[in-house]
Design a protein around this ligand. Structure first.
Ligand SMILES: Cc1cc2nc3c(=O)[nH]c(=O)nc-3n(C[C@H](O)[C@H](O)[C@H](O)COP(=O)(O)OP(=O)(O)OC[C@H]3O[C@@H](n4cnc5c(N)ncnc54)[C@H](O)[C@@H]3O)c2cc1C
Length: 392
């Protein structure tokens, strides 16, 4: 047996690098494997928001929103070059399902859950300023609410957390693919392919942070460990040539009432997202023509002056996968909380991270590390992740 680590982490998405940072900061030795490239999975295909998730209030996920808003405040402080506040606009028309009183109530609750910090302010845009909202349709417009939330570059954030983990001693192997693991009373023996070579190492705990591939990684562990009932839901975005100046528009799809964001993104406009069940190989996820059509339809509905532009202006499309607990009904109503699953309660050897949000990566990693603390040797901590600055 060549090498031995406290933690072996599979997957360099936001959760894998977050776990590597948290464990390395606590003084542990960490090996991180990534099969393709850092942030190659969902962590480069998100809506790029560091947010509480205003819409999760509708499904009563208050604890998640509160934790997300706390992390948003921390990220604004620790990573000002990577996360910045953006103004969000919510237009209300005669046909809008969420009425002004509901929005006012939701935004008040959102501000309260955000501890009424400075960034929790919200209000309405005066009618005299409506024609300065990037060409937003003003026919039948009744009110425009504004509030603030965070926007980031998800891949850049993931790379920044990885650099922080590496500075604390974590080692990345990439491309390196997890092939399987066997458990014993000392922990785990993990097999992986690094470039062309088959290698193996020992670790006290295996952290399965493989995102949409996490069920497959869990199935590679012997003796067999439990995998919860999950499903992947695909979310697509389109990138348009036009650029927005005022901020992010939080719109209601005229077709089905779903929330769709229209956002400025690196000199262009990003529109997303959809929610469709996905089956198959996560590496092959891509936006369907019907999803592109749906998102273009929302954009054109609200920005009629850009109508002629939009068709030729489609620069790119991409899709990512959310891992959600399976269940009946629409994906929107399922919990967005991260599931942390251990192979056993006492001295666990495998921790799997299923689902979750980009926003809560640090809090989730800290919580996950606590769950496996009993299996890890005592080490002298090097740093606290709530004090480590992150640089682009
Ligand atoms: C459409 C969409 C929009 C979203 N928008 C937001 C948002 O605005 N804000 C927010 O907070 N959250 C958002 N999310 C959620 C967020 O993007 C995800 O929760 C987060 O990125 C998941 O990160 P992860 O590290 O768990 O998985 P991933 O980023 O998918 O990382 C898993 C990694 O594991 C690697 N891997 C897999 N198998 C192996 C193997 N055998 N060996 C080695 N490596 C392996 C993969 O290559 C991949 O890089 C969104 C999600 C989607 C799908």
């Amino acid at each position: 047996m060549s090498e031995s680590f406290d933690l072996a982490v599979v997957g360099a998405g936001i959760h894998g690098v977050g776990m590597a940072q948290a464990a390395a900061a606590a003084g542990h030795s960490v090996l991180l494997l990534e099969q393709t490239a850092v942030a190659a999975g969902s962590s480069s295909r998100s809506s790029k928001l560091i947010h509480g998730g205003l819409r999760y209030l509708e499904t009563g996920q208050f604890a998640l929103v509160r934790e997300s808003l706390r992390e948003r405040a921390l990220m604004l402080r620790l990573a000002p070059g990577l996360v910045r506040l953006q103004r969000f606009y919510i237009p209300v028309y005669a046909h809008t399902r969420r009425r002004p009183w509901q929005l006012r109530l939701g935004l008040s609750l959102y501000a309260l859950l955000g501890s009424l910090r400075r960034e929790a302010r919200f209000g309405t845009v005066p009618r005299s300023e409506w024609d300065r909202l990037d060409g937003l349709d003003t026919a039948g417009l009744q009110a425009v609410f504004w509030y603030q939330d965070g926007q980031t570059d998800d891949s850049a954030l993931t790379r920044a957390v990885l650099r922080s983990a590496e500075q604390l001693g974590a080692q990345l192997r990439c491309p390196a693919r997890f092939d399987g693991a066997s458990l014993d009373e000392q922990g785990v023996v993990m097999r992986y392919t690094h470039g062309e070579r088959s290698e193996q190492c020992r670790a006290r705990v295996l952290v399965n942070a493989a995102g949409p591939w996490a069920p497959a990684v869990a199935q590679g562990v012997l003796p067999v460990i439990a995998v919860p009932a999950l499903e992947c839901v695909q979310g697509a975005h389109i990138l348009l040539g036009a650029s927005l100046e005022r901020g992010i528009y939080y719109l209601e799809s005229p077709r089905d009432g779903r929330a769709v964001f229209v956002m400025p993104w690196k000199g262009h406009t990003l529109v997303g997202t959809t929610e469709n069940r996905f089956h198959g190989d996560p590496a092959r996820v891509a936006a369907h023509p019907a999803e592109i059509h749906y998102l273009l339809g929302v954009f054109k509905h609200y920005f009629p002056r850009a109508r002629a532009l939009a068709e030729q202006d489609l620069i790119a499309s991409f899709a990512g996968l959310r891992v959600l607990p399976s269940g009946p009904g629409h994906a929107f109503h399922r919990s967005r909380e991260t599931q942390l699953i251990l192979d056993r309660r006492i001295r666990p050897r495998v921790l799997s991270i299923y689902g979750g949000k980009l926003t809560t990566w640090r809090a989730v990693s800290r919580r996950a590390l606590r769950r496996i603390a009993a299996s890890l040797p005592r080490r002298r901590a090097l740093a606290r992740t709530d004090q480590l600055p992150l640089h682009p």
